[in-house]
Design a binder for this molecule. Structure first.
Ligand code: TYD
Length: 214
């Protein structure tokens, strides 16, 4: 594979979207000759559209999803990831591009690793094992670390996303991310996302430049 795959992860409200824009602007300025592909999961493909429609539903419609819905959600995220990998990520890497993905398979392990608690044993490992035979590991995963309390405060102005915004839920997702990062320290770079935007972007760029050796 000629290109490099960089993924951005973190809980809702950790500022991934903003940092992705900073990184893209800086990489484009520093390396105008390198192709940069910005992408995200869930995608705008078929499964991604179903997921976004489901997630936009408010709590009044459905507060506590059934086991069937939780499993359906997991496999929709997996289908979306397969689509993303084969249609976007792999072809871009073949051309030598730097691919920057706002969320990737690690989000599924961290988030659905919470929603499937009590349904399958050790859901994070279970999900990772299902992915492993057909996945591409990122060259580097930037994990934005932010206290779930602060993340919730930052999100107060956003609407229609109640499902993923409960503090308890985000705490568990945060735990999963941290544990996954501790397990693979060579791939994950943990970045303190409580700092101001510019400093977070600086830290992210330091890690990226080490990888691409500029
Ligand atoms: P998104 O629009 O990417 O929001 P954000 O900018 O906050 O990341 O929303 C995606 C939501 O879907 C987010 O709450 C995390 C969740 N998610 C999963 O539960 N599993 C997954 O595999 C992915 C990719 C996202």
């Amino acid at each position: 594979m000629k290109g490099q795959l960089i993924t951005l992860e973190g809980i809702d409200g950790s500022g991934k979207g903003t940092i992705a824009k900073h990184i893209a602007a800086r990489l484009t300025e520093m390396m105008p000759e390198r192709r940069l592909v910005l992408t995200a999961e869930p995608t705008t493909g078929q499964a991604g559209r179903i997921l976004r429609a489901e997630m936009a539903k408010t709590c009044e419609e459905e507060c506590e999803p059934s086991v069937a819905r939780r499993m359906q959600e997991l496999f929709l995220f997996m289908a979306d990831h397969a689509h993303h990998l084969s249609e976007t990520v792999l072809p871009a890497l073949e051309t030598g591009a730097i691919v920057l993905s706002d969320r990737y398979a690690d989000s599924t392990a961290a988030y659905q690793g919470v929603t499937l608690r009590g349904i399958v044993p050790d859901p994070v490992s279970w999900i990772q094992n299902i992915y492993r035979p057909w996945n591409l590991m990122p060259d580097i995963t930037l994990l934005l670390i932010l206290d779930p309390h602060i993340a919730l405060q930052r999100m107060q102005s956003r609407r229609g996303r109640q499902k993923f915004e409960r503090l308890e839920f985000l705490r568990l997702v945060d735990d999963n991310f941290r544990r996954m990062a501790a397990f693979e320290p060579q791939r994950f770079v943990q970045i303190d996302a409580e700092k101001d935007e510019k400093k977070v972007a600086d830290d992210a760029m330091d890690a990226i430049l080490k990888l691409i050796g500029k």
